[in-house]
Design a protein around this ligand. Structure first.
Ligand code: FES
Length: 126
């Protein structure tokens, strides 16, 4: 059994290294079956993590793996019916679920590593 990492809070888990995320881009993470549970967006040293669950019809949002963002990289887009979400707030500002929000997964960047809660929030917690 390996030693517990010094900077690993008990109720968090390591998601990935910050460098594993393209700056200005997005990645799907925590694959389950054919879908990634998370949409992870990096902007510089900031990382925004959302459940990959569109509030419109509770579907994954990307049109193919890791393709969550608009062409200019400024918004998250659900490609099923073109809902547009603010990357920082998760709020839908255009599309069929305008005014609704993605479910945030609080993330911390510590020493070049991205940490998230050990237990993910649920869309049913809303
Ligand atoms: S399922 Fe996302 S916009 Fe319809």
């Amino acid at each position: 059994m390996g030693a517990r990492r010094v900077n690993a809070p008990a109720r968090e888990r390591l998601l990935c290294a910050l460098d594993a995320l393209p700056d200005g881009g997005a990645r799907g993470m925590l694959r389950e079956g054919l879908d990634d549970r998370l949409c992870v967006v990096r902007q510089g040293d900031d990382v925004f993590v959302w459940l990959n669950d569109c509030p419109h019809e509770h579907r994954p949002m990307e049109y193919r793996q890791d393709r969550f963002l608009s062409g200019d990289g400024q918004h998250i887009v659900c490609y099923a019916h073109s809902a547009h979400f603010d990357i920082r707030t998760g709020r839908c500002f255009a599309g069929p679920c305008t005014g609704q929000s993605l479910v945030k997964v609080p993330a911390r960047v510590v020493n070049g590593e991205v940490w998230i809660p050990a237990e993910l929030p649920s869309v049913f917690d809303l």
